[in-house]
Write a protein that binds this ligand. Structure first.
Ligand code: IVH
Length: 695
C-alpha cells in the first residue's frame, strides 16, 4: 500500500465513524471544524489520486448531474402497506385475532412510532449502498439512489459483518428542527418555503437534481427488511431492528416491545403525549407481532400484513368551510386576522376558529368567505388555516367568485383608530394604543398574569368586563377597586349576557370570589422590578429583557431617564428595543400610570446596578449565528452574558468570538474574512460547562 492509500483508508475510517456518531447515534465525538478539516484533506487526496475514489467514500454523497426522469426499480419483496386502526376497539380486535390464530395467549409485539415521511428501500451489496428506491405502487418504485446518497444518515457502507445482499426498508423524514431551520433560511433568502416536514421529505427526494436534494436536511430511519441473501436472520422483528442498528443503520429511539391490549394502548398514549417533543412528525404508532414464525402463520390480506397494524392519532388536518373573516386586536395593537368556520373535528377537538396569522398570509392563501379550507391543529398550537381547497370556491351565475378577495380593515374594528403597518413589518397594528379598549383588555390581562403581577382570578373575561363597564382605564385603577365594584361589575356582565347565576336566583350573593380578588390585588403590591417591567407591556420587552433591565439598572428611575444610547449599552438590547423602551418612558401617559401605581402602594426592592464587568468573557463581544441544537440563541446569549460577555447582533472588527451553529450564513463568512475566533456548538457547550461550574 502506498502512503496515499494508507492515509486515504485512515481518513475514510475516521470520517465514517464521525458520521455514524453524528447522524445515526446522535452523539458526535468530533468538533465540526475538525470534521471539515478531515473532509477537505480527503477531497484533496482524492483529487490528487483519483484511483483511490470508491463509491462508498464519504466524498461521494453529492455531485451527480440531474437526470431527466427516474428509472424504475422492481421490488422483489413487495413494499406493503399497513391496515389502520382508529379506535381502541379496533386494536382489541387485532390483538384477539392474533391470540386466537397463533394460539399464543400473550404474544409479544414490537411497538414503533409511525413516521410521517416517505417509504424507501435501500439495497446494500457486500455492505456497500448500491441502490435506493421509492415505494411506488409497492411492486415497482423509482430509482432515487443519487438523492439518497445525499441523506447523511443513510450509511454508504454498513458496519461490521454485512451479508451479500441486504435490503432495508424505512422512512425518509425531515426532522422538525431541520424543517424550521430550512424554512427560516429560505425566508431570509427570499426562496420558497416548504409546507410541512412530510412534503419537505417527499418533495426533496423526488427532485431530479440531486444537488437540490443535498441542500435539504433529510434523515432516514429503518423499520423493516426487504430482500436478504446470505444471512441468518434473528427470530424476531425487535432483534432484527437491534441488528440493523449494529450495522450502522438509524432506528428510531422510540421503538420497544409490549404485550397485551393494555401494553399496546399504554405505548400509544405515551407516544401521543410525547408527540410534540419528538424530533419528527408521526401520525400514529405501529404494532407488529414480534416473532417471525408467528408473522408467517398470520400471513397477508391483499397488500397488508395481518400481523401488523397502524394505530393512528386523530387527524391533525381537516376540511371545513369559512363563515366569516374577522380580526383580533392584541395587547400591543397587533391585528390578527382569523376565520370563523363551520365546526370541525381536528386533532381530537372541535374547533370553530383558525388563525390566518397576518396580512401576508391572507394574501398568500387568498381565503374568502364560503371557501373550503384545510385547517390544522397540532398539539397545543392554535388551529391555523393551511390552504384553500381549489375548485370548491362558490361562484356566481357568471362563473366569477361569489365573494371578493379579503382585505384587512384600515381602521380598528374596536376603537376606530387607523391600522398601520410599518415598512418591513409583517404585523399591522391598531394605532390607538391604550385608548383602544381591545388593547386595554389585553394589557390588563397581561398585567395580572402569573408571570407578571400574579393576580390570581383576574382572567380575560374579568379584564374584558372591567374595561367594558368602565372600571379600569389604566392598570393603576385596579388598586382602587372595592369588593362592591367587583360585585357590581359582575351584575352588569350577567345582565348583558342575559344569565342569572344560581346563587342570585336563590336570593344569595356569592362574594367570596370578590374578596379573594381584592386580596390578590393587594398582595400584588409587593412585587419585583423585573415583574413590573414585564407587566407594563413595553413592546418587545419580554420576561428575559425585563430581567436584564432590572439587573442592569437596579432601580426604576435611572431606567426611566435612560436615553436610547444608554439603553443600547444594556446586554442584548438592540436599537429597536432601545427605541421602544425610551419611547415608552417618554410618554407622559405611561409615566402617570407608573406614578399612580407607586401612589397606590405598589413597591419593589431596588438595589445597585449589576453589570458584568468581570467573568471569563469580560470585555469580549460575542455574536451568535445559525441554529443551536441544545439551546435557543436567547439562552446561549444569557449564559454568555452571565460570564461577562456583551452579546451583539452583527459581526464587526470589534467582535471577539462568533458562535456558529447549524446553517450559519453571512455572519460566519464575515467572521472568517475578518479572522475572528469561531466556535462551534460543541466548543460553546464545553466553555459554558467549565466556566459556569466555577461560579
Ligand atoms: S412497516 C409490512 N413500520 O407507513 C409493513 N411502516 O401505512 C411495512 N411507516 O408505507 C411497513 N412508520 O411508509 C412500518 N414503524 C413503521 C412505519 C411505517 C411509518 C409508513 C411506511 C408504510 C406506511 C404504511
Amino acid at each position: 500500500m502506498t502512503d496515499a492509500a494508507r492515509r486515504h483508508a485512515a481518513l475514510v475510517a475516521r470520517i465514517r465513524e464521525a458520521n455514524h456518531r453524528y447522524y445515526v447515534l446522535d452523539d458526535p465525538d468530533m468538533p465540526d471544524v475538525e470534521y471539515d478539516h478531515l473532509m477537505r484533506e480527503l477531497e484533496a487526496l482524492e483529487a490528487a489520486h483519483p484511483e483511490l475514489v470508491t463509491p462508498d467514500s464519504p466524498t461521494q454523497r453529492i455531485g451527480d448531474v440531474p437526470s431527466s426522469r427516474f428509472a424504475n426499480v422492481s421490488h422483489t419483496v413487495p413494499m406493503l402497506s399497513l391496515a389502520n386502526a382508529f379506535t381502541d376497539e379496533e386494536v382489541a380486535e387485532f390483538v384477539a385475532r392474533i391470540e386466537k390464530e397463533t394460539g399464543d395467549a400473550d404474544p409479544l409485539f414490537s411497538v414503533e412510532p409511525k413516521l410521517d415521511g416517505l417509504a424507501i428501500s435501500l439495497r446494500y451489496e457486500a455492505g456497500v449502498f448500491v441502490r435506493g428506491a421509492t415505494r411506488g405502487d409497492g411492486t415497482t418504485g423509482e430509482d432515487v439512489t443519487a438523492n439518497l446518497r445525499t441523506v447523511k444518515s443513510v450509511p454508504l457502507r454498513l458496519r461490521g459483518d454485512a451479508p451479500p445482499v441486504l435490503e432495508v426498508r424505512g422512512e425518509v423524514v425531515m426532522l422538525k428542527a431541520a424543517f424550521d431551520r430550512y424554512n427560516a433560511g429560505a425566508l431570509a433568502n427570499g426562496q420558497k418555503t416548504l409546507a410541512n416536514p412530510r412534503n419537505g421529505a417527499a418533495g426533496s427526494l423526488r427532485q431530479l437534481d440531486p444537488r437540490i436534494t443535498a441542500q435539504r436536511p433529510l434523515s432516514f430511519f429503518a423499520y423493516a427488511l426487504g430482500e436478504v441473501e446470505g444471512a441468518t436472520l434473528p427470530p424476531t422483528h425487535s432483534q432484527t431492528l437491534a441488528w440493523l442498528r449494529e450495522l450502522g443503520l438509524p432506528v428510531s429511539a422510540e421503538v420497544g416491545t409490549a404485550r397485551g391490549l393494555e401494553g399496546l394502548l399504554a405505548y400509544y398514549r405515551r407516544i401521543g403525549e410525547r408527540r410534540d417533543v419528538l424530533p419528527y412528525d408521526i401520525d400514529g404508532v405501529v404494532y407488529k407481532l414480534d416473532r417471525f414464525d408467528q408473522q408467517r402463520a398470520m400471513g397477508f390480506v391483499s397488500r397488508a400484513p395481518r400481523w401488523a397494524i397502524a394505530h393512528k392519532f386523530p387527524a391533525q388536518e381537516a376540511s371545513t368551510t369559512v363563515e366569516s373573516i374577522e380580526v383580533n386586536v392584541g395587547r400591543t395593537g397587533a391585528v390578527t386576522p382569523w376565520v370563523l368556520m363551520k365546526p370541525v373535528h381536528v386533532g381530537g377537538v372541535t374547533v370553530t376558529r383558525a388563525t390566518l396569522h397576518n396580512a401576508d398570509q391572507v394574501a398568500r392563501l387568498d381565503v374568502r368567505v364560503g371557501d373550503t379550507v384545510i385547517v390544522r391543529r397540532a398539539g397545543d398550537v392554535i388551529p391555523e388555516v393551511v390552504r384553500v381547497v381549489e375548485g370548491e370556491r362558490p361562484l356566481d351565475a357568471s362563473g366569477e367568485p361569489l365573494f371578493p378577495a379579503y382585505v384587512l380593515p384600515t381602521v380598528c374594528p374596536v376603537c376606530g383608530s387607523a391600522i398601520e403597518r410599518e415598512a418591513g413589518e409583517v404585523v399591522a397594528r391598531c394605532s390607538g394604543g391604550l385608548f383602544c379598549p381591545a388593547q386595554r383588555v389585553q394589557a390588563l390581562f397581561h398585567f395580572a398574569g402569573r408571570r407578571t403581577m400574579d393576580i390570581e382570578g383576574l382572567g380575560e373575561r374579568f379584564a374584558e368586563a372591567l374595561v367594558e363597564f368602565g372600571y379600569v382605564e389604566t392598570v393603576a385603577n385596579l388598586y382602587t377597586l372595592t369588593i362592591d365594584d367587583f360585585l357590581e361589575m359582575k351584575r352588569s356582565a350577567d345582565e348583558r349576557d342575559g344569565s342569572v347565576p344560581a346563587t342570585v336566583k336563590a336570593g344569595k350573593v356569592a362574594d367570596k370570589w370578590a374578596h379573594n380578588l381584592v386580596n390578590a390585588i393587594d398582595a400584588s403590591r409587593n412585587t419585583t422590578l423585573e415583574r413590573l417591567l414585564f407587566a407594563l407591556g413595553i413592546p418587545d420587552v419580554g420576561e428575559s429583557t425585563a430581567k436584564t433591565l432590572a439587573r442592569y439598572f437596579g432601580a426604576l428611575d435611572p431606567l426611566m431617564s435612560a436615553d436610547e444610547a444608554t439603553l443600547r449599552e444594556v446586554p442584548d438590547v438592540g436599537p429597536v428595543v432601545a427605541a421602544h423602551i425610551a419611547h415608552f418612558f417618554g410618554e407622559p401617559h405611561n409615566r402617570e400610570v407608573i406614578e399612580a401605581l407607586r401612589a397606590h402602594g405598589v413597591h419593589w426592592p431596588e438595589g445597585a446596578p449589576q453589570r458584568a464587568t468581570d467573568g471569563p468573557l469580560a470585555g469580549k463581544t460575542v455574536v451568535l449565528t445559525g441554529g443551536l441544537d441544545t439551546m435557543t440563541r436567547d439562552e446561549a446569549g444569557a449564559r454568555l452574558e452571565a460570564l461577562g460577555a456583551k452579546v451583539a447582533g452583527s459581526v464587526s472588527k470589534k467582535t471577539s468570538i462568533v458562535v456558529a451553529g447549524e446553517a450559519a450564513g453571512s455572519k460566519l463568512a464575515k467572521a472568517q474574512e475578518l479572522g475572528i475566533e469561531i466556535w462551534d456548538e460543541a466548543r460553546l457547550i464545553a466553555f459554558l460547562a467549565s466556566h459556569e461550574a466555577d461560579e
